[in-house]
Design a protein around this ligand. Structure first.
Ligand SMILES: C[S@@+](CC[C@H](N)C(=O)[O-])C[C@H]1O[C@@H](n2cnc3c(N)ncnc32)[C@H](O)[C@@H]1O
Length: 369
């Protein structure tokens, strides 16, 4: 996976958290988030962590840095950013330190599209997180020209007023905080005015299954899904234990490797689930989202594919391997594949097999994981 951390990332982070660069990997500084995790695991009552400055700083160093690539993963696969030169207006709900605003800015900068970003709104209930976001904003202005972007900071509950027209409404690890209430959240007229909504949340079965009723409500109101579902049908995982989630390598940046090293977190995979709903999407019945990486079984290749209606473990055996279908072998989790079936072959949803004449095209950028 390509990384978009700028080369000044570590010095920006240190300035924005009032630390020396050498302190970013200090166990004492990071400890509050690990204490919080322990409390979560033990299901203890947790004091409002978002009002504790030590926690907010540790979150910013550890989770903010690791969450950023999840947005890059989506954007690399064609979600969120308009293909043309239209203006971008981004509204981050439950922004914490502004994780996804900065991630968006780094991405746009690297694609030479930062000029398209015209406004950013940060809605966050914690004043401590808002202060943290403002510090990072100020620090970033020393490295990048952000004068053309209108920034607004709103301290409020995100449910108090709906997203406005023309904005990308972004929810990152925030609807998860509604807990069981999420399953009964009524979309009603809440999203009527906007045309792009993104949810990027922990890759857990619990969040996913609580969220499915929101997915259904949005589809009933005429929304289409841009990511991950190639068709806006009833989710094939609705009544199953399975859930749709992706993974990134969380140790892309040396700083994350160091933080993980001192805290004993060795698993390089970081899971998340995401949905991008749009009013402006064209879907194809021949597209499939890859929901796992390729497994090699003897000389066959196997991966989970989903077309938004059917989930199918799909096999390409060695006799069927051909130039037409080699895009399947090199695709990775999250990629969108277009599969043109060779004539007279039964449908992919039925048999879960690719044949030598099947033409497979990877519609995502096909970045390496
Ligand atoms: C887990 S953090 C996620 C921060 C950031 N979006 C990220 O993914 O790195 C959740 C954030 O949502 C905020 N939050 C939770 N419920 C909220 C609500 N109802 N209205 C506004 N902010 C909320 C919390 O204060 C916290 O900063």
């Amino acid at each position: 996976m390509k990384e978009y951390y700028p080369n000044y990332f570590v010095s920006w982070l240190a300035k924005g958290t009032d630390l020396q660069e050498s302190d970013l990997t200090n166990l004492e500084v990071l400890e509050p988030i690990f204490e919080l995790n322990r409390q979560w695991v033990q299901q203890k009552e947790i004091e409002n962590y978002t009002l504790q400055p030590d926690f907010v700083r540790a979150y910013t160093l550890f989770y903010m840095s690791m969450n950023m690539p999840k947005l890059w993963f989506l954007m690399d696969r064609g979600a969120i950013i308009p293909v043309g030169n239209e203006e971008i207006h981004f509204h981050d709900y439950g922004s914490g330190p502004g994780t996804f605003v900065w991630a968006l800015i780094f991405y746009l900068k690297s694609k030479d599209k930062l000029k398209q970003l015209r406004s950013v709104c940060i809605t966050e209930q914690s004043p401590v997180f808002i202060d943290q976001a403002k510090k990072l904003h100020k620090g970033l202005s020393q490295f990048l020209d952000l004068k053309h972007i209108e920034f607004t900071y709103e301290r409020r509950d995100w449910r108090d007023s709906p997203p406005k027209q023309g904005q990308i409404a972004f929810f990152g690890n925030v609807t998860n905080e509604l807990g069981p209430e999420l399953a009964t959240f009524k979309v009603e007229n809440y999203f009527d005015q906007t045309s792009e909504i993104v949810f990027l949340e922990p890759g857990t079965s619990k969040w996913f299954h609580r969220f499915l009723p929101i997915r259904n409500q949005l589809l009933q109101k005429g929304w289409q899904i841009q990511f991950p579902c190639p068709q806006s049908q009833e989710c094939p995982m609705l009544n199953s234990d399975n859930w749709c989630h992706m993974s990134i390598n969380r140790f892309q940046h040396k700083l994350m490797q160091q933080m993980a090293g001192i805290t004993g977190r060795r698993n390089h995979k970081h899971y998340f689930s995401a949905f991008h709903f749009s009013k402006n999407v064209k879907q194809s019945q021949s597209n499939w989202r890859m929901l796992s990486n390729i497994r090699r079984i003897k000389r066959s290749r196997v991966a989970w594919l989903c077309n938004g209606e059917k989930l199918k473990e799909t096999v390409l055996n060695r006799r069927a391997r051909s130039e037409c279908n080699e895009a399947f072998e090199t695709a990775s989790i999250g990629d969108l594949l277009h599969v043109e079936r060779s004539r007279h072959q039964p449908g992919l949803p039925k048999v879960g097999r690719l044949y030598s004449g099947d033409q497979v095209t990877n519609l995502s950028n096909g970045v390496d994981d």
